[in-house]
Write a protein that binds this ligand. Structure first.
Ligand code: PMP
Length: 453
């Protein structure tokens, strides 16, 4: 009671500083934390009434934008009907959502529900290991991923992550996770073509498989394009070559669609840009546009077959309390309905092209080394020197971000070009953004870069 009386006298800011531990943020000085109060479309408003265009859709996730009453109603209706049942049972929204996502993936998958992207990837790793055990290949347990990629914060997903700064203080992590370098076309050697360079990078995976003894490799996990590592776009030959390599060596291909899924790149799923057929697909964020937590690990039916036997623990021994929450599934279904009704995947493709065209003009600036993107996903690589491509130091990048925010635009920052040097500005606005929203993003960025020469 005493503590409560004390808090009554504190402002929200003071209470926040006293009681809330913020995600992946250095300790902040007073007044530096934005307390967000409401949102509408692509815009959010803080408790002081300042409006910002959320150029990152939160954490690349609010795909249909803020303030969708239909989603609130879908959740409320489902909670009134049945708020919860574990996924040892089933319920209508989970069944309908699984069928819907399956149809978006072309009818070959079964869905395992969890709560977050990290969860979905953990599930994928466990399924891959158990599948091989039950499919006559018990020694396959290693997972290959790429440096610079992010796959989540829990110990397995963090082990697959290829960003040293996020990892080294928590080591030792899980064993059996190996990394290869990604295709970074901006930094490729001058003496090879983009296509040849991408094939070389794909073949690095094959070399690793061979060096590690191929019978020990369970899976490769990759995003269609590396998002959180700085929007690193492969040439189209890369994914197909990786798929061929996986097939050749009996290795499962896990595609992490946590960011790229649900229209971010201009198609339902990012891997559909490259015409590949993954064995396992993980998705979260845009699945519910983050209105409620939900993730899916979609598993090809022929892999699921290996879990159907009734003997010796052959089923998948994994459970999580909240995965497949009925309200979250109902929200996901309504969210996908909105995306289809408003043709948001097509819109992402069209608006994305407009955004990229506008951003490309920034390449005239002395510190903009490279602009790249696909759909409503873009990266602006900031360098100190265009010749050497030396990544810009932290303070230069931080200043650009702060200047955007001062003008009402929130943008992101990623990279790990060199460990700890997050020199790539990122954009991932809601797919429901208007043309005016995109104009605003371009206008603010043009002003900010003009003022920071
Ligand atoms: N994979 C990718 C590609 C991601 O970007 C993220 C989150 N940014 C995750 C996995 C982990 O998702 P979550 O934060 O929901 O655990």
């Amino acid at each position: 009671m005493k503590a409560l009386q004390q808090t009554e006298k504190l402002s929200l800011e003071e209470m926040d500083r006293q009681y809330v531990w913020h995600h992946i943020s250095p300790y902040r000085e007073e007044g530096a934390t934005m307390i967000v109060e409401k949102g509408e479309g692509s815009w959010i408003t803080d408790q002081n009434g300042n409006r910002y265009l959320d150029g990152m859709s939160g954490l690349w996730c609010v795909n249909v934008g803020y303030g969708r009453e239909e989603l609130a109603e879908a959740a409320a209706e489902q909670i009134k009907k049945i708020a919860y049942t574990p996924m040892t049972n089933s319920h209508e929204p989970a069944i309908e959502l699984a069928a819907k996502v399956n149809s978006m993936l072309n009818d070959d998958y079964v869905m395992f529900y969890s709560n977050s992207g990290s969860d979905a990837n953990e599930v994928a790793f466990k399924i891959a290991r158990q599948y091989h055990q039950q499919n006559g290949d018990p020694n396959r347990y290693k997972v290959i991923s790429r440096y610079r990629a992010y796959h989540g914060s829990s110990m397995g997903a963090l082990s697959a992550t290829g960003q040293a700064l996020r990892k080294y203080k928590y080591e030792p992590l899980s064993s059996g996770f190996l990394h290869v370098s990604p295709p970074d076309n901006y930094r490729k050697p001058d003496n090879v073509t983009v296509e040849e360079y991408n094939l070389q990078k794909a073949r690095e995976i094959e070399e690793t498989i061979n060096y590690e003894q191929k019978e020990s490799i369970a899976a490769v996990i990759m995003e269609p394009l590396i998002t959180g590592g700085g929007v690193i776009m492969p040439h189209e030959v890369y994914a197909q070559e990786v798929e061929r390599i996986c097939e050749r060596h009996g290795v499962l291909l896990i595609i992490d669609e946590v960011i790229c899924g649900f229209g971010r790149t201009g198609k339902a799923f990012g891997h559909q840009q490259f015409n590949i057929k993954p064995d396992i697909i993980t998705m979260a964020k845009g699945l519910t546009s983050a209105y409620l937590p939900l993730s899916i690990t979609a598993v090809r039916k022929d892999i699921y077959e290996a879990f159907k036997g009734t003997e010796d623990n052959q089923h998948f021994r994994h459970v999580n309390t909240f995965g497949g929450n009925p309200a979250a599934c109902a929200v996901a279904l309504k969210n996908i309905e909105i995306m289809e009704r408003e043709s948001l995947f097509e819109r992402s493709e069209q608006l994305g092209a407009k955004l990229l065209q506008g951003l490309k003009e920034l390449e005239n600036h002395p510190n903009v080394g490279n602009v790249r993107g696909l759909g409503l996903l873009a990266g602006i690589e900031i360098v100190e020197d265009k010749e050497t491509k030396e990544p810009a130091p932290n303070d230069r990048v931080a200043k650009l971000i702060a200047s955007c925010k001062a003008k009402g635009l929130i943008i992101g920052r990623n990279g790990d070009t060199v460990a700890g040097q997050n020199n790539i500005l990122t954009l991932s606005p809601p797919l429901s953004s208007t043309d005016e929203d995109i104009d605003f993003i371009l206008q603010v960025l043009n002003e900010v870069f003009a003022e920071n020469k």
